[in-house]
Design a protein around this ligand. Structure first.
Ligand code: ADP
Ligand code: MG
Length: 633
């Protein structure tokens, strides 16, 4: 029996492993199963290329708990190791056997073996949970089997063993304070978390299976039960297949497999598949989305060669797409680096822009192939698209082809179509295109109606980030377009008319009318404007200039647009009085000052009421005054 010392340079590594290296002790299992998987894939590869002339069937990995002995066993049917190999691969820490294997077989398409790469400490992570680790291993070659033991110091023992079956068994003698890893439920949970889609079958215990009833079954005959291996993983998940091998149903079924607690079907999927200049596969799903962007618990999962790594894809996937669900599998993403480093990494940047492009292409093809369906889904996908347009310039460009602008009556325009529709009759005095929009059909009903009555298109833009987005669109369109909320001003003032509306009141009368209003309404809140509008338009309207409201909204939702000193901007409104409405003349011709004042107050209350702005005490007073009126009439 050989005794020896593991490389002295790592003398202090065991205490480090135990304490600091991973806060997540649980990943030891992922590491050991990854090694077992590597060894199995290597074996399959050797058989495939004819180097090993043996029958291997369908090899599997078994995970076993032995509570009596306080041990956890990971058993594989892979290539195994000779004594020499144990010395080399196990005792020389940080030596990567996988790398050497790849080097040796690099000319024989080793890539398709999908050897799992580095995960930090690999094998030695076992010492996070075990005070003693044993390896029983028999190489696929004629070399005798080996037995390696180490008790968490730099000393090890290595001796020949009489084992004859090919492969490796790792035995962990679990620490007293890590007993959870002897619980079936805990191990089961970890296997599902990390190994659900690993490429080699993983057996964990057995289960009962009902056999189908035979053809000639008698009435009431119970189906026979057999005990079978409980295979916890799906070794060939959908993303490892080619898109042309899969139907929509397969994609939906895989979605369920990924998120067993999700009941809603996804809206559509995007199959990612590249191998140059980086290797990446995956499937992304657009889930049904609400306006509440914060709400998302099932996140995109990152895998490397089918081993689960994390569900934090920040930096790898552009932020606007982190609202999607699904999986990404890429061996090319460096993992043992900080997030900020990751974002600066060239390969990762390429991956991120590839994903953005694929998503944009998919959206475009959905739009082109079935516009009706795309429109139906618009409400559920717009947040992602709008957020993407706002944050990724490349995406903004591409989205011009499929970003939709729905009207309040649910007609969907692309920007080009909208432009064409409104360019003849919706421009302002500087010949800018005026895009009228509403953020809330109910609250802005009056303003929407009066715009529509005049034949204008009114969009419904109700996403939380809309003020940021329209700001960006205006800039991109070089300010030839202005988005104006339909209640920002009276439409007659917003949109240029062929002929000016004649005023029924003289300038003097207008001045007088203005004074009368100003004596009644608080001037720190309202700026009174007397306008000669259509006589059928409302007599009084409360508006808030577009730029002012937008700045406020952008400030509230954060992320730029806030202007210096606007923090405590008071609520200011314009009070637009229609000089051509008969009520304007009534107010002017009221005999007594009190009479006109009363009329003005009532008009203001009604205008406030119609815009949902009459609240609190003012509303209570208004209502009771009207009850009194009914009573007195
Ligand atoms: P890595 O997997 O990154 O190479 P590890 O520390 O996990 O690093 O493993 C070191 C080496 O030990 C592996 O490369 C492999 O050669 C060998 N090894 C570990 N586990 C097994 C196993 N179950 N069967 C065969 N070889 C193994
Ligand atoms: Mg490893």
């Amino acid at each position: 029996m050989a005794k020896g010392n593991i490389n002295v340079s790592v003398e202090n590594i065991f205490p480090l492993i135990k304490k600091f290296l991973y806060s997540d002790h649980e990943i030891f299992l992922r590491e050991l199963i990854s090694n077992a998987t590597d060894a199995t894939l290597k074996m399959e590869h050797l058989v495939r290329i004819g180097e090993a002339k043996i029958e291997i069937g369908t090899p599997k990995i078994e995970v076993k708990i032995n509570k009596e002995n306080n041990t956890l066993h990971i058993i594989d049917e892979g290539v195994g190791m000779s004594q020499e190999e144990v010395k080399k691969y196990i005792n020389e820490v940080a030596f990567s056997g996988a790398e050497e294997f790849l080097e040796k077989y690099k000319d024989s398409d080793a890539k398709e073996t999908g050897i799992i790469g580095h995960f930090g400490l690999g094998f030695y992570s076992a010492f996070m949970v075990a005070n003693k680790v044993e390896i029983f291993t028999k190489s696929w070659t004629d070399e005798p089997a080996a037995h390696w033991t180490c008790e968490g110091t730099t000393e090890f023992s290595l001796e020949e063993h009489d084992r004859t079956t090919r492969g490796t068994e790792i035995v962990l003698h679990i620490n007293d304070d890590e007993q959870e890893f002897l619980e079936e439920a805990r191990i089961g949970e970890l296997l599902v978390k990390y190994n659900k889609f690993m490429p080699v079958q993983i057996k964990f215990g057995t289960k009962e299976k009902e056999l189908p009833l035979p053809e000639d079954a008698k009435e009431g005959e119970e189906p026979k039960k057999v005990t079978v291996d409980d295979i916890i993983n799906n070794p060939a998940p959908a993303w490892t297949k080619q898109p042309n091998e899969l139907e929509d149903d397969d994609y939906n079924a895989f979605y369920k497999e990924l998120y067993p607690t999700q009941f809603e079907e996804p809206l559509f999927h995007i199959h990612l598949n590249v191998d140059y200049p980086f290797n990446l596969t995956g499937i992304l799903y657009f889930p049904k989305m609400s306006n509440d962007m914060g709400m998302q618990k099932d996140k995109i999962q990152l895998y490397q060669n089918q081993v689960y790594v994390t569900d934090n894809v920040e930096g790898i996937v552009p932020e606007f797409l982190t609202m999607l669900k699904g999986v990404i599998d890429s061996p090319d993403i460096p993992l043992n680096v900080s997030r900020s480093y990751l974002q600066a990494d060239g390969a990762v940047k390429k991956i991120s822009s590839y994903i953005t492009r694929k998503v944009a292409d998919k959206l475009k093809s959905l739009f082109n192939n079935n516009r009706e369906d795309f429109e139906k889904k618009w409400n559920d996908i717009k947040v992602v698209i709008e957020y993407g347009m706002l944050t990724e310039d490349k995406f903004f460009e591409k989205a011009q082809k499929f970003n939709l602008y729905p009207t309040v009556d649910e007609t969907y325009f692309t920007f080009e179509e909208l432009e064409e529709k409104i360019q003849t009759n919706q421009t302002d005095k500087d010949d800018k295109l005026v895009v009228l929009y509403s953020s809330n059909k109910e609250a802005q009903h009056g303003a929407i109606k009066s715009a529509k009555d005049k034949g204008y298109e009114v969009l419904l833009l109700d996403s939380p980030i809309v003020s940021h987005l329209i700001q960006k669109i205006e800039t991109e369109k070089e300010n030839k377009v202005s988005f104006v909320r339909v209640d920002s001003d009276h439409v007659d003032n917003l949109i240029k008319k062929d002929e000016e509306q004649a005023s029924k009141l003289s300038d003097e009368e207008k001045e007088k009318l203005k004074e009368r209003f100003e004596t009644v309404v608080p001037k720190e809140k309202y700026t009174v404007q007397i306008e000669a509008l259509d006589s059928k338009s409302a007599p009084l309207m409360i508006t808030q200039p577009e730029f002012m409201r937008r700045m406020k909204e952008m400030q509230q939702s954060g992320g730029g647009g806030g202007m210096f000193g606007m923090g405590n901007m008071p609520e200011m409104y314009n009070l637009v009085v229609n000089a051509n409405h008969p009520l304007a003349s009534d107010i002017l011709s009221a005999e007594k000052k009190e009479g006109s004042q009363k009329m003005i107050k009532q008009c203001l209350d009604l205008a406030l009421l119609s815009q949902g702005m009459l609240k609190g005490e003012a509303l209570t007073n208004f209502v009771s005054a009207n009850f009194d009126k009914i009573h007195n009439s």
